[in-house]
Ligand binder design. Structure first.
Ligand SMILES: Nc1nc2c(ncn2[C@@H]2O[C@H](COP(=O)(O)OP(=O)(O)OP(=O)(O)O)[C@@H](O)[C@H]2O)c(=O)[nH]1
Ligand SMILES: [Mg+2]
Length: 329
């Protein structure tokens, strides 16, 4: 007996290949299970799906157990990209996380409030970016486990305090401390790496508390010294001034693009972009959907940055943020 699966099943299967987290995968597998007609023709598929669901559940359980016991600072990556908030104590890192996401980290007027990472999801247009709040870094101390998290992240938001006269020394202390851990914050990764062991990590500076007296004067001092090293954006996490601008700059600094797929004769689904590195090509978008799919790809039609709408493009055609692709295999 043929399986005769409804189109919703294939649609769910397509989404399954696109999502990044186990939670999302599990939800879609359950959805596929609900959609699948239960008859003799789908016996084998039913068994496969059941096995997949229980395998995934086991894996997720194992991860939580590991997280609790031995590797407590592990962060499960979610969303289109990840940004780590770093900086001296009391500069407002946790307040920035609280203002940009739904997370509720502890915010307090005294130093060394945050002792562990706290994550939150920042919505930017149609994507989510994961923000990670961290304990402070000072001349004297940096949590040793922090360097691994910084090495793995996509971008650092280095936070400065415009309410404090010591802002330059405080930021310098963070930069030095990271270099001791073989992490160099840079505006752009160098093409030629000076040393192999040094990890270059892209960073932007968020100059917080611009609502405080003399903040403008201190912002100028900060820019005089650091603007040739990092892009600097001022904000006030408490009054929310500059937050939208910062969000946009975070997205830009991540160096990612969003592309969308469509089927012939249909519109594109803008709620589920494929996230790619800037500079990616048509073939990379196909590969992000599935390896086999990329192998079978003959050409694509493109809407957006092409010469004209619906232009036929080859596999190596470069992509821009917002392009829509219709794959032909
Ligand atoms: N005036 C003003 N105060 C702010 C702003 N952002 C944060 N604060 C205050 O600064 C203090 C420290 O904020 P936190 O978010 O706890 O700072 P933190 O950098 O996370 O501090 P640690 O966890 O100790 O590293 C709190 O009293 C906040 O209310 C701001 O934009 N303007
Ligand atoms: Mg904090």
């Amino acid at each position: 007996m043929p399986a005769n699966l409804p189109p919703q099943y294939y649609e769910a299967e397509r989404r399954y290949r696109l999502v990044k987290t186990n939670q999302e995968r599990l939800a879609i597998l359950k959805e596929m299970w609900a959609i699948m007609p239960k008859h003799k023709g789908t016996d084998k598929l039913q068994a496969d799906l059941k096995a997949k669901i229980s395998r995934l559940k086991r894996e997720m359980q194992k991860k939580t157990q590991v997280g609790k016991s031995t590797y407590s600072h592990h962060i499960a990556r979610e969303g289109a990209a990840q940004v780590v908030l770093l900086g001296p104590s009391n500069v407002g890192k946790s307040q920035i996380l609280a203002s940009l996401t739904d997370a509720s980290p502890q915010v307090a007027p005294y130093p060394f409030t945050t002792r562990d990472t706290v994550v939150g999801m920042m919505k930017f247009e149609n994507i989510n970016i994961q923000l990670v709040d961290t304990p402070p870094i000072t001349r004297e101390y940096m949590e040793p486990w922090l360097s691994e998290i910084i090495r793995e992240t996509d971008l650092v938001l280095l936070t400065a305090d415009l309410g404090r006269d010591s802002l330059l020394e405080d930021i310098e202390a963070v930069v030095r401390k990271l270099e001791e851990s073989k992490i160099k914050l840079v505006a752009r990764e160098p093409e030629v790496k000076v040393t192999q062991e040094m990890r270059y990590k892209r960073a932007i500076v968020g100059a917080n508390k611009r609502d405080l007296p003399n903040a403008n004067k201190r912002l100028k001092t900060l820019k005089d010294v650091y603007s040739d090293k990092f892009p600097i954006y001022s904000l006030s996490a408490t009054s929310r001034a500059g937050l939208d601008h910062l969000k946009e700059k975070i997205y830009k600094a991540l160096n990612i693009i969003r592309v969308y797929t469509k089927s012939p004769g249909k519109g594109a689904d803008r709620s589920e972009p494929i996230i790619l590195k800037k500079g990616s090509r048509v073939i990379d978008a196909a590969r992000a959907i599935h390896k086999d799919f990329a192998n079978k790809l003959r050409y694509a039609r493109m809407w957006g940055s092409g010469k004209f709408e619906g232009q036929k493009v080859q596999k190596d055609h470069p992509l821009e943020d917002g392009d829509i692709l219709e794959f032909h295999i």
